[in-house]
Design a protein around this ligand. Structure first.
Ligand SMILES: C[S@@+](CC[C@H](N)C(=O)[O-])C[C@H]1O[C@@H](n2cnc3c(N)ncnc32)[C@H](O)[C@@H]1O
Length: 258
């Protein structure tokens, strides 16, 4: 189900175009009344091309649901969730330039979305759990990726987590034993063993790319943080549900519990 948004803007295409330019370089290509915000994106019509790969794996009708979009950028996914009828959508990002773009895009399209400048590490401050949490394209930008997943589990995910990370290395996923002997070392040479690649300097000329998992690594981290993978509709995208933390080991929780 797609709910039409209440586009109420009185701006002309020229005025929209001028503000789009003024707001700096866009990462999200969004159609604002015929004006494309990032028509020359190196990944094509992004993130629409990405969304097409998993749009059918998430509920078409989000009527009455609450949604949190972490690392929302210019709000493409927040707006799409609003189009699906979500009652309340909150988008957070740590970059004010992207938030200004998001606010303008939502205003032009008539989408009522709350955008906040907030880091994923601060989500406890929202004091709210959301039916659907979107965490797309942020994990590999973090120096502490597993901490972020633990914080989401503890503080904001009520039910569904829609997750995406850049992945590199092998797509092979080994079925592992629960435990290995100290002298078993060959297992670490298997391409299907969970791996996170650490980027000390640059990858894709982006100083914020720190950790890139292979597929086995990504799946293992999600499970370890308590998220059950219910669908894998696209190479990098996982639909998950909040489940049990199986090992009962303590997780880092910030801020500390009283
Ligand atoms: C590659 S973009 C992904 C944008 C969008 N989620 C998507 O999938 O198209 C990464 C976004 O994460 C934001 N970001 C990076 N570190 C963050 C952090 N610690 N907390 C919140 N957002 C962060 C960036 O500002 C940027 O908007």
């Amino acid at each position: 189900m797609s709910t039409p948004l209440n586009a109420i803007t009185a701006l002309t295409a020229d005025e929209i175009s001028a503000t789009v330019q003024k707001l700096g370089k866009w990462f999200h290509n969004i159609d604002l009344g015929g004006v494309q915000t990032a028509p020359d994106h190196f990944l094509g019509d992004y993130p629409r091309v990405k969304f097409q790969g998993f749009a059918n794996a998430i509920p078409q009708d989000l009527t009455g649901k609450t949604v949190l979009d972490i690392g929302c950028n210019a709000g493409f996914y927040s707006i799409e969730m609003k189009r699906r009828g979500a009652a309340r959508v909150v988008g957070i990002d740590s970059d004010e330039r992207y938030l200004a773009q998001a606010r303008f895009a939502a205003e032009v399209l008539g989408a009522e979305i709350e955008f906040k400048n907030m880091s994923v590490y601060e989500v406890a401050g929202l004091n709210e759990k959301f039916d659907v949490v979107i965490f797309m394209g942020v994990l590999y930008h973090l120096r502490h990726p597993l901490l972020a997943l633990d914080l989401l589990y503890e503080n904001v995910v009520k039910d569904v987590l829609i997750f995406q990370s850049m992945q590199r290395g092998s797509d092979q996923v080994d079925t592992l034993e629960y435990d290995y002997d100290f002298w078993e070392t060959d297992i670490f040479n298997s391409p299907g063993f969970p791996v996170m690649y650490f980027i000390e300097n640059r990858y894709s000329n982006d100083p914020t790319n720190w950790w890139i998992p292979n597929q086995a690594g990504m799946e293992a981290m999600l499970r370890s943080a308590g998220f059950e993978i219910t669908a894998h509709p696209e190479k990098e995208v996982y639909i998950t549900r909040k489940g049990e933390i199986k090992d009962k080991q303590p997780r880092a929780v910030y801020p500390p519990k009283q």
